[in-house]
Ligand binder design. Structure first.
Ligand code: IPM
Ligand code: MN
Length: 355
């Protein structure tokens, strides 16, 4: 029997509630597919920080590194200054565990949940490969004359040849594996960011031409990309982009697939501990009410199994999510699902144990 010990960080706000449902569904899938899943829980997040003044001990990073995968709920607490927990937990783990890919599928499961007129599930089915360790997120830069009328703030975008190449290769591989148009779109800003995206564009064509000749290479400026997401999302198969642009376009991607209630992502280190999360935040105003949608966290669990190589179990979870989404759920939004958080988890788990 294959067994995995998963690190679980419920985190802040509704994070623990949605992660509980993801674990429920993972256990149902494990039962069906003969896997043994065990969990080690960590209490990192705002509450712990307010209590102990500790964000993430160094020893925890080393411990987390040893797990095959990490399941994360949400990070962000209304009583903690923005940036402390996000940088101290989420970004720190992304960087130190070298999760250099942020993989965000954008897939519409039911036409009812798409805000775009006349778009159907077959029209909205693409993947964003977001670079996750560089760009504007490294913290490179600084202030000069801070607090004076002459102050200067510089925030630099870091793009290393190595970092860009490994991201591009992952994106080409993802395109190769997907059963779609075999088209990879680089989303950038070559008309203005003439250093950063010059490097990206050259590396994109060099690697594509030499190593992935069967993959069609396509380019779109990032602003135009947001336009196509709304107008012609069916044009996309796989999109690769830098950290900041990827952050922005995947929120739009989440909306066209039905909202934060369903959008999941994986912070991937192909050789190490990867971390899977619903991409919506901690939603503090819904905490403890049992109204938040757990499907995004459940889909994060599905991505985790897929990453671990348990593709049949992952596919079964996706099928169960699709069925519940199409046949049961009234809305993907918090409080409007027609069911409680745990009832939605129960329904997905029931689909996995029904036959
Ligand atoms: C995301 C989030 C994070 C990011 C924040 C919370 C630091 O928006 O995962 O997209 O900007 O990457
Ligand atoms: Mn974001």
């Amino acid at each position: 029997m294959k067994s995995y010990n998963i690190a679980v960080i419920g985190g802040d706000g509704t994070g623990p509630e949605v992660v509980r449902e993801a674990v429920k569904v993972l256990n149902a899938a494990a039962g069906k597919f003969g896997l043994k899943l065990s969990y080690t829980h960590y209490d990192f997040g705002g509450e712990r920080y307010l209590r102990t003044n500790e964000v993430l001990p160094d020893s925890a990073v080393e411990e987390l590194r040893k797990f095959p995968a990490i399941l994360l709920g949400a990070i962000g607490h209304p009583e903690v200054k923005p940036g402390i927990l996000e940088k101290g937990i989420l970004l720190r783990l992304r960087f130190e565990l070298e999760q250099y890919i942020n993989l965000r599928p954008v897939k519409l499961y039911d036409q009812r949940f798409c805000p775009l007129k006349d778009k159907k599930p077959q029209d909205i089915d693409f993947v964003v490969v977001r670079e996750n360790n560089e760009g504007l997120y490294t913290g490179s830069g600084g202030f000069v004359f801070k607090g004076t009328p002459n102050e200067i703030a510089v925030q630099e975008s870091v793009n290393t040849r190595r970092g860009v190449e490994r991201c591009l290769r992952f994106a080409f591989e993802t395109t190769r594996k997907r059963n779609k148009a075999k088209k990879l779109t680089l989303s950038g800003k070559t008309n203005v960011l003439t250093y950063a995206f010059d490097l990206w564009e050259r590396a994109f064509h060099e690697i594509g031409k030499k190593e992935f000749p069967e993959i069609q290479r396509d380019y779109a400026h990032v602003d135009a990309t947001t336009m196509w997401f709304v107008k012609n999302p069916e044009w996309f198969d796989v999109i690769v982009t830098d950290n900041m642009f990827g952050d922005i376009i995947t929120d739009l991607g989440a909306m066209i697939q039905g909202g934060m209630g369903i959008a999941a992502g994986g912070n991937i280190n192909p050789q190490g501990a990867s971390m899977f999360e619903p991409i919506g935040g901690s939603a503090p105003k819904y905490t403890g009410q049992g109204v938040i949608n757990p499907l995004a966290a459940i889909c994060a669990g599905q991505m985790m199994l897929d990453f671990l190589g348990e593709t049949a179990a992952a596919q079964a979870i996706e099928n169960a999510v699709i069925k519940v989404t199409r046949e049961k759920i009234k809305s993907l939004a918090a409080g409007k699902m027609g069911y409680s958080t745990s009832q939605v988890g129960d329904m997905v788990a029931a689909e996995l144990t029904s036959d």
